[in-house]
Design a protein around this ligand. Structure first.
Ligand SMILES: *[C@@H]1O[C@H](CO)[C@@H](O)[C@H](O)[C@H]1NC(C)=O
Ligand SMILES: *[C@@H]1O[C@H](CO)[C@@H](O)[C@H](O)[C@H]1NC(C)=O
Ligand SMILES: *[C@@H]1O[C@H](CO)[C@@H](O)[C@H](O)[C@H]1NC(C)=O
Length: 809
C-alpha cells in the first residue's frame, strides 16, 4: 500500500487520493509542504453543495480550537486550498498518523462538516547528528574487538524517511556495526579490528555517514575524532649501547664528560626518563650523573695513576619503571702531572781523596708515575763537579768520579742530580747530595821559605831566639799537624843539638849556647817538619845561622911589642928628609868590619913636631928634615883604636934613635922611660939585635928580588915594612888602604901592612889553630887546607881572593 500511495503522491499531487464520507465528514490525504493555494479537494462537489450558494451561505473553514487555519475555501470553485504551510514534522513530529482537523461552516442554514486532512510525510529532512564531532579517547592498549557505541543520527522524517543506515569511512583500525534499538532506531558501533599505536598515530579522524530511506535518499555526516591514549608500552632506548669517552686526568670538577641520551616513545609520565647510575658498591663515585639530562660530569679528582679507565652502567627508567641500560666507558688519558722522583739507593760518603777515577760513589734511581713519554726520564748532574752519571740498568744510574779528587782543593761537593721527563711540558726535579772527601795523608809539610837565615850577634845569651821556621801541611787534622825537629848533624865536630834547638810545635829556633864570631861566622843546620799522619810525611829546610860581629876584641899591636919594655928601637938616619918613612905601627883586630877598622894616633912624643903617624896606615914619618939640634932619642906613644861602638884601643911605645950608626947607641938602657935593671935586659938586647938583623936582611932580600923583576931601583926605606907571618892573627877584616869597608860578611880577607904605596901585601897563612873565615860546618879544621879549592861549593861564602900571587909577579 505504502508503495502505491507514494507513487500516487508523486504523480498526482493535486488529486484527491480518497474521500471518506463519515457521517457527512470529509477526509483528504495530502503530502506535507504543499504550496499555498494548492487544491486539496473540491468540497462543494464532495458534499454536493450548490456552488452558487456557497458565498451566500458564508462558507468558511474553522478550527475547533481556533488554532492556525491551514486551509481555506475558494468560494467560486468550492475548492479546499492550502492556506498555511503544512509541516508534518511540525504538526505531528514522530506520530505515525498525522491528521489535521478542520471544519467547514455553512450558514443559513447552519451546517458543519468535519474535514480530516491526513498529512502524508515526505522526505524533507536529512539525518542529523547531535554534535558536530564525536570525541573518543581510546587507550592504545585496547584489545581487538573492543566496541565503542556511537551516538545515533536523528531524522525528523518518519518511517522510511527516517535513518535507515550508517556507513564509516574506510580505515585500518575500525569497522562499523549498525544495531537497532528497541524502538527500531538504528545506531552504529565502532569495533576495533586492529590495535591502535599511539606512537604511530596519535589520533584518527573518521567520517560517519547516516542515511535515511527516503527517495531521494538524504544523508548526514559526523566526524569521529579518536584520540589514542598512551599506554606505557615502550621502554626507554639509549641512543648507543655503549658510550665511550676520553678524559684527561686532573680535569676540573664539573667537566662534562659525556651525555647519555635515552628516548621513550611513550607520552607523559610514560615517557619521562630518569637516568641513574648503577652502583655496584658504595665506593666513592668519581662521576656524577644528572638524572634529568643524562650528563655525566666529573665529581672527584681524576688520577690516571690510580685508575686509567672507568666503566659504568647507566639506567634509564620511565615513570612507570620500565628501564633499559647502557654502558659508559671512560678512558682517562695521562697528563704529565708527576715529576720524576730521585732516590739515592746507595751512597758512599765520605770517600777518600785517593780513589781512582771511575769509582762508583752512589746509585741513583729515578721513578716517574706517569706513563709513556711522560715516564721517560733523563738524568743529569751539574757540569762543574768531577762526577758523572752513568746509565746502567733501566732507570738506574751510577754516580762515578771522573777525575782525581783532592780534599785540599775541594773537600765538599754538592752534587745536584736533575731528572727531567719527556712530557710536554716536561717536569723535572732535583736532589742535592752532599759528598765529603776524606783526607789521605798525601801532602808533606812544606816550608814557607826555601831556606831560612838567622842572624845573631855573637856573645848571645843561651836560649835566645834566632828565627822561626814555618811549614804548612794542608792535610786534615793529624795528617796536617806539623812537628819540627832538628836533623842530626854536627857543627865543628860537635852535635848540632849543642848549638841549636827547635821548638817542635812552633818552629822557633833557639840558640843553645853563646856563639863567638871569631870562632865561626856561620853554620847550617837542617830542620825537619814532619806531619802526624801514618805513615808520616816530612820535608826539611836549611837554616843558615850567621853570627855577626861585636866589638869584643881590642886592637892587638904586633909591632912594636906592646909590652913596651923591650928595646924595639928604630934607627932614623940623620939625613932623613921630611916625609921619610921611619917606621910603622902594625896592629890587628880580631873583630871585623868597623870593629876592625883601626886608626892610629900619637898620643905623646918627645918632640911633637917631628913625627906624624898615618891615621890608618900606622906609618910613622918625619914631618920635617932632621936637624942637628934634635934629640937623638925620640920616644912616641901610639894609640891604636878600632871603629867599633864603643871603640876599643891599645897603646904602644916606639923608640926612635936618630943616628946613622947602630954603634952610636951607647946607652940603650937610657932610652926606655921606665928602665928596669932586669937580668933579661942583655937577652933582650941580643934578641933585638938578632931580630933587627934578620929583619933588615929579609927586607934586603925581598927588595933585591923585587928590584930585579922591576928593574927599578928603590930606596931602602921607601918600601913597606914586612911583618913575619907568625905575627899575624887569624881572621882579619879587610881594611884596605882606602879605608873603605866592604860588607860585614865579606870574607875577602887579606891583610895590608902599609899604605897604597906599599909594594907588598901579606897573605896570611893559616895554621891549624885558626878558624878560617870560610870554614864550613861540615868540615873539620884538618880539612881546611882544601877549602881554598872547594870554596865554590858553598854559595853562602864569597870567594877567597888572594890579592897577591907570587907566581903572577
Ligand atoms: C753545599 O750545600 C750546603 C747546604 O746547602 C752549603 O752549606 C755548602 O756551602 C755547600 N757546599 C758547596 C761546596 O757548595
Ligand atoms: C789521615 O790519612 C790517613 C791515610 O793516609 C787516613 O786513613 C786517615 O783517616 C786520615 N786522618 C784524618 C783525620 O783524616
Ligand atoms: C832533606 O830534604 C832533601 C830534599 O829536600 C832530601 O833529599 C833529604 O833526603 C832530606 N833529608 C832527610 C834526612 O829527610
Amino acid at each position: 500500500m505504502g508503495c502505491r500511495k507514494r507513487a500516487l503522491l508523486f504523480g498526482l499531487a493535486f488529486i484527491f487520493l480518497g474521500i471518506d464520507h463519515v457521517n457527512g465528514d470529509l477526509s483528504y490525504s495530502i503530502p506535507e509542504e504543499m504550496k499555498r493555494g494548492s487544491v486539496i479537494g473540491n468540497i462543494a462537489k464532495d458534499l454536493g453543495l450548490d456552488l452558487g450558494r456557497l458565498s451566500i451561505r458564508k462558507a468558511r473553514i474553522d478550527t475547533e480550537d481556533n488554532s492556525a487555519k491551514y486551509c481555506g475555501i475558494n468560494l467560486n470553485t468550492g475548492d479546499l486550498i492550502v492556506q498555511e504551510r503544512i509541516d508534518r514534522e511540525g504538526l505531528c513530529a514522530k506520530k505515525a498518523a498525522c491528521v489535521l482537523k478542520q471544519e467547514l461552516v455553512l450558514e443559513n442554514p447552519l451546517e458543519l462538516h468535519r474535514i480530516s486532512i491526513r498529512v502524508q510525510d515526505i522526505n524533507d529532512n536529512s539525518p542529523q547528528f547531535k554534535e558536530e564531532s564525536l570525541q573518543f579517547e581510546i587507550q592504545e592498549s585496547a584489545i581487538k574487538g573492543a566496541q565503542f557505541m556511537l551516538d545515533e543520527a536523528h531524522d525528523g522524517d518518519i518511517g522510511e524517511n527516517a535513518v535507515q543506515d550508517y556507513s564509516l569511512q574506510q580505515n585500518d583500525h575500525f569497522q562499523l556495526n549498525v544495531k537497532i534499538k528497541g524502538a527500531g532506531r538504528k545506531y552504529g558501533e565502532l569495533i576495533l579490528k586492529k590495535e591502535l599505536d599511539r606512537e604511530d598515530k596519535k589520533e584518527l579522524m573518521l567520517l560517519l555517514t547516516a542515511f535515511d530511506g527516503g527517495s531521494p535518499q538524504r544523508s548526514g555526516t559526523v566526524v569521529i575524532h579518536i584520540t589514542v591514549l598512551d599506554a606505557n608500552d615502550n621502554v626507554p632506548v639509549f641512543s648507543q649501547a655503549v658510550y665511550k669517552a676520553s678524559l684527561p686526568e686532573n680535569s676540573p670538577l664539573d667537566t662534562l664528560v659525556i651525555k647519555v641520551c635515552a628516548t621513550d616513545a611513550d607520552d607523559g609520565i610514560h615517557g619521562e626518563i630518569t637516568y641513574g647510575l648503577d652502583h655496584v658498591s658504595d665506593e666513592k663515585q668519581v662521576f656524577s650523573l644528572n638524572s634529568k639530562t643524562g650528563e655525566v660530569k666529573v665529581s672527584e679528582t681524576i688520577d690516571y695513576e690510580k685508575e686509567s679507565s672507568y666503566e659504568m652502567q647507566i639506567s634509564a627508567k620511565d615513570g612507570l619503571g620500565l628501564a633499559s641500560y647502557t654502558t659508559v666507558l671512560i678512558e682517562i688519558s695521562d697528563m704529565n702531572d708527576n715529576a720524576p722522583v730521585i732516590f739515592m739507593k746507595s751512597f758512599t760518603n765520605p770517600i777518600p781523596e785517593n780513589v781512582s777515577p771511575g769509582t762508583e760513589v752512589g746509585i741513583v734511581n729515578v721513578q716517574d708515575r706517569d706513563s709513556a713519554a711522560n715516564r721517560q726520564v733523563r738524568c743529569s748532574i751539574q757540569q762543574n763537579v768531577p762526577f758523572k752519571l752513568v746509565s746502567s740498568i733501566k732507570n738506574y744510574y751510577s754516580l762515578v768520579t771522573t777525575g782525581q779528587l783532592d780534599r785540599e782543593l775541594e773537600s765538599d761537593y754538592n752534587i745536584t742530580i736533575t731528572a727531567t721527563d719527556e712530557g710536554s711540558p716536561p717536569l723535572s726535579s732535583s736532589k742535592t747530595v752532599q759528598l765529603s772527601v776524606a783526607d789521605i795523608n798525601d801532602n808533606p809539610p812544606v816550608f814557607e821559605e826555601q831556606s831560612y837565615s838567622a842572624y845573631v850577634t855573637e856573645n848571645n845569651k843561651a836560649g835566645s831566639t834566632l828565627c822561626s821556621v814555618t811549614a804548612r801541611d794542608p792535610d786534615w787534622r793529624q795528617n796536617g799537624t806539623v812537628i819540627y825537629s832538628l836533623l842530626p848533624g854536627d857543627v865543628n865536630g860537635a852535635p848540632v843539638s849543642s848549638y841549636l834547638s827547635v821548638n817542635g810545635d812552633t818552629g822557633v829556633v833557639h840558640a843553645v849556647r853563646s856563639f863567638d864570631y871569631e870562632q865561626f861566622r856561620s853554620f847550617k843546620v837542617h830542620v825537619m817538619a814532619r806531619d802526624n799522619g801514618s805513615p808520616p810525611l816530612s820535608s826539611n829546610v836549611t837554616v843558615s845561622v850567621f853570627v855577626s860581629d861585636v866589638n869584643d876584641n881590642s886592637p892587638q899591636i904586633l909591632y912594636p911589642n906592646p909590652e913596651g919594655n923591650s928595646f924595639m928601637t928604630e934607627l932614623v938616619p940623620k939625613a932623613a928628609h921630611g916625609g921619610s918613612l921611619v917606621s910603622k905601627v902594625i896592629a890587628v883586630d880580631a873583630d871585623s868590619g868597623q870593629n876592625a877598622w883601626l886608626s892610629y894616633h900619637i898620643v905623646k912624643s918627645t918632640d911633637p913636631g917631628l913625627f906624624t903617624i898615618g891615621l890608618h896606615s900606622g906609618e910613622i914619618r918625619t914631618q920635617r928634615d932632621i936637624s942637628e939640634s934634635d934629640s937623638m932619642k925620640q920616644n912616641l906613644i901610639v894609640s891604636v883604636k878600632d871603629n867599633g861602638q864603643p871603640s876599643l884601643s891599645a897603646t904602644c911605645s916606639m923608640y926612635l934613635l936618630i943616628s946613622d950608626n947602630l954603634a952610636e947607641v951607647p946607652e940603650l938602657k937610657d932610652i926606655s922611660y921606665d928602665e928596669k935593671n932586669s937580668k933579661l935586659t942583655s937577652y933582650l938586647i941580643i934578641a933585638l939585635v938578632s931580630v933587627s938583623t934578620f929583619f933588615v936582611t929579609f927586607i934586603i932580600i925581598i927588595l933585591g928580588v923585587r928590584f930585579c923583576r922591576r928593574r927599578k931601583p928603590r930606596l931602602l926605606f921607601d918600601g913597606a915594612v914586612a911583618i913575619p907571618s907568625a905575627y899575624l892573627p887569624p881572621n882579619y877584616a879587610d881594611v884596605d888602604g882606602t879605608g873603605i869597608l866592604r860588607s860585614t860578611y865579606n870574607y875577602d880577607a887579606y891583610l895590608t901592612t902599609g899604605s897604597r904605596t906599599s909594594d907588598f901585601k901579606f897573605v896570611s897563612s893559616y895554621n891549624d889553630n885558626t878558624l878560617p873565615a870560610d870554614q864550613t860546618l861540615r868540615k873539620s879544621p884538618s880539612d881546611f887546607a882544601e877549602v881554598f879549592g872547594d870554596c865554590d861549593d858553598s854559595p853562602q861564602f864569597h870567594r877567597f881572593e888572594p890579592l897577591w900571587d907570587p907566581a903572577e909577579r
